[in-house]
Design a binder for this molecule. Sequence first.
Ligand code: SF4
Length: 807
Amino acid sequence: MDRRKFLKIAALTTATAAANKLAYAQESAGKAPQGDDATTMMSDSVVWNKAPCRFCGTGCHLQVGVDKKKGKVVAIAGDRKAEVNKGLACVKGYHAGLLLYGSDRLTTPMLKKGDKHVPISWDEALSIVAKRVLKDPSGFAFYGSGQWTIPEGYAAQKFMKGGLACNHIDPNARLCMSSAVTGFESTYGVDEPAGTFTDLDKADVIICWGNNPAEMHPVLFSRIIDRRSRGEKVELIDLGTRRTRTTDHADHYMEFNPQTDLAIANCISQQLIANGTYDREFVEKYCNFRKDNDLSNPTLKGDATTFEDYKKLVAEYTPEMVSELSGLSVAQLQHLGKIFGDPKKKITSLWCMGMNQHTRGTDINRLVHGIHLLSGKFGSPGNAPTSLTGQPSACGTAREVGTLAHLLPGGRLVAKPEHRKDAEEYWNLPAGRINPTPGYHTVKMWEKFSTPSDKGGDIHTIWVQVTNPGQSLPNLEKLFYPSRKLDDKFLIVSDGYPTESTRHADLILPSAMWVEKNGMVGNSERRTQQWFRMVEPPKGARDDAWQTIAVARKLYDLGFEGMKDKDGKFIFAMQDEKGKEVPVWKWENYYDINVDKQLFEEYRLFSRMKHKNLAPYDEYVKARGLRWPVVEQKDGTWRETQFRFAAFDDPFVEKGKKIDFYHSTTNDGRAQIWFAPYTAPPEMPDKEYPLWLCTGRVLEHWHSGTMTMRIPQLRRAMPQAYVEINPSDAREMGIANGEKVRLVTRRGQLDLPAWINGRGKPPKGSVFVPWFDERLLINLITLDAHCPISKQPDYKKCAVKITKIAE
Ligand code: SF4
């Protein structure tokens, strides 16, 4: 591809590339990195190294320019050798270097005394954390992140499940992609997409299900737009509840009433069967049918059913019936039915928060997989149901390392004796050390933390790393603030900057960020990526993995049995190449060896059971990421896999089979096509609260804005949150553009400036608020209702009213 053309197109999409100071630093010197060396390039005094972008799950590779004399990141460029982004980055990626240099970096541990945080030493801080563990190991919880690097998440996982024998560890990824996990698990018996981003280069039709990649995954979106610019016909369908920048490029915008995506999916299946256009051979060879017989108690495995029963169940979802319910026209629904029924069309479905943050999140995920299976649009390039992630390692750390409360590394379950036995063997722990009861999921963990101990609130300490629950949890008045008034509850927060979470913490630990530490992450297409530390963190800030290991060592020194393996050795004992133990728990020795490499090599042993095989660490040093399963070839090279379960590419497909779902939940090599009915959401607009409230993200800011709001260019471009209101609603309520209005839900109220005909355009009866702005916390008023299977809350729909604020 011609890079110049690619860049030009990307700029035209409005979603992506923006020239900036950092990018200019290398361009103006005329010495942009050529990407010929996998790790290091020299340009005068600037050293260039590869690193994946710190932000979204697209996982673009960047070239990071470090001024050797200043010891600072001074330039960023897209990495031309990276297959994901082909030298491009979006506005956030180009500014990523500046995320390190906000003026208020945290540089010393701080303990809350009275109303103030006072500086304390690292040693004192580590002792305080260790004492909280000793006080009540089973009431100690770890709340992590899809931004944890793989080694960081793995260390935390081992600390909790192997060391404390306590499973109360969950990542913020519970809030963004756990419905995708349960969708994959219950359909294929194993998590994560079968396809990759390569499908976007091959598909004839791309359907965005409640998804706005133009703003959320801009470089990925540019790949689609670029194909069009080269004359390829790519039909883009935007199925959404609000017009966005993705809509601007869509061939079809199909606006549906919130929650009716369930009915739309069933309508596509109904048409495939009624018109005889489903792929009978694919279904008969590779699929079973499933549903939940007891809808009040749905489960991950559900109950077996038949094609005939499934046909009866979807029969009522005719285009006419679903048109009434969803607001889509009959013609639009028939168009969806027609393209899925056309054997010549290759279709890729994309989704992210719109489908996952849903009180029926598991079900809508299952239904979209079901449409692809029923139509045979699976297992060939361009045909794939593909979920996207918002965080750089939601897949790599939360899902693969298994930092969710019910998991062990590599897809193992704490509830399964043979899986616990595996982990105990890999970790050399005494048999029976790992607790068989799943820990609390995110909402439950914070609910228990905010409940007084004598009323069943059995979580007494939470250690937060690399996330900001004080802003990101739903219904904050219920889940976050009450604990702050309870004397026996103790909140520890590790972060690089002050946040709404650190402000309310009892103990703050200052963390190193991004290229101030070694790291590995896993993006949305199963691509594991690696980078080396390039600059020193500010004096006093330290790696999160070091913090975990150092607390573990404190506990070991205090005689806590859990931090010893069955031979009495420290569970994080590490040796150098000569076999000499290195005291990595001492900060001055932490980088004497590559701790990331040691943790990763231990972790990758876990990856084989679910055929998520990882290559040795050194292979990732050479590559711009590799997509698992990565399997060694006869000549000693390592080969990645682009299309899982398909014989032409997946090495684990049984010989003689074309498609093989080798982790089938029914143990017969088949995937499950699920039926799930439409049901109304738990809260809908009514007389008192007449509007829908949807929350989400914007192009310029990444999640809670902790990093991007400290990047002046991004902050200036999008300085504060707002409420998007439909012009006709605004007119009826007499609201002017920019006027401050009050949003009121059953949980609280928030004042925001109105944006009418803004970037996003909600339909009449609906408003949208972004959540990046800590000064305007929209999660004070959102709902904490969640999917019964994935436990993921629904931030996308609740009932709200708007009132004018008296002058
Ligand atoms: S934010 Fe996402 S799309 Fe933008 S450069 Fe980073 S990884 Fe790529």
